[in-house]
Design a protein around this ligand. Sequence first.
Ligand code: 13P
Ligand code: ZN
Ligand code: NA
Length: 279
Amino acid sequence: MTTKKMLADAQAGGYAVGAFNVENMEMVQAVIAAAEELCSPVILQTTPGTLGYAGVEMFFAMTRAQAATASVGVALHLDHGNSFDLAARAVQAGYTSVMYDGSQHPYEDNVAVSQRVTQMCHAMGLPVELELGTVGGKEDQLRSKGVAYTDPQQAVDFVEKTDPDSLAVAIGTAHGIYKGVPHIDVDLLSRIREVVSIPLVLHGSSGLDDAVVAQCVKRGVCKVNFATELRIAYTKAVREHLQEYSGTIDPKKFGVPARHAVAEGVKARIAIIGSEGKA
Ligand code: 13P
Ligand code: ZN
Ligand code: NA
C-alpha cells in the first residue's frame, strides 16, 4: 500500500509508523515478520546507495513476496531519492512511496526539482516526502552534510510551493550513531507542527533514546526512520556467529541469527512509536 493513508491514520491516531531501511533479503523478511507479529503497519525503505547494491526491481520483488505472507499494510519507499530520474525508476518498479531530498541544494533548486517529483508521483497516485533543512551525518556513503535546522516559515512556503504529502524536518537529529548526547529541538518541532499540517518525518533516529523518539511522536511526527541500528544489529549477529563457529561456510547459518536480531530491533521500536495493533 502507499504511505498516504498509513500516515494519515497515524496522524489521526497520534502514533507514528516506523520506516526501516533494508539492505538485503534477510532484512526485508525480518522487518515484515516483526510488523506482522505486532500487527503494525510498516514501511520498508532503500537509499540510492542500497539501490546501487541491488536495484529497485530486486527490492520491489523481495518486498512484494514477503508482504504476501503478511496481513499488515506494507509500503516500499524510496529513501533520500537524489534525482527525478531515480524517483521515476522507483515508481516504475512498483515502489508505493517516494522521497526526494533536495535539502542540500539551494532553496530554489530544491523547490524546482521537488515540484517535478510531486507532479510525477501524484499523477501516478503516489505520495511524496520532501526535506527542508539538513539532517546531519552520513546519509549514504555518498555525502555528508552540516546541520541546518528547519525554519518554520520557510517550511510553510516550501509546502505551499511543492505540495508534498509529508515533510522531513531537521531538528538536530543526524544519520548514524551520535557522538555524545544530541540536542533535539522538540520545541522547534512543535512550532513546525503548528504551521504545517501534513505528516512530519523524523530522520536519523538510530541512537536516540526511546523517550526522545516518543516525545517527537507526541509532538506530531508520523514517520520515524531507522537505519544504522538495524545494520549494527545484523552485523553484530553475523560476527558473533562466526566468532563462535569459525568453520561456518553456509550463509544460512549466520543469516538466521542476523534476521532474528533485526526483527527484535524492529519490534522494540514499533512498541515505542505506538503503531502496535494499528494495522
Ligand atoms: P539512522 O541511520 O540514524 O537510523 O537514520 C535513518 C534515516 O534517517 C534514513 O533515512
Ligand atoms: Zn534519513
Ligand atoms: Na541517528
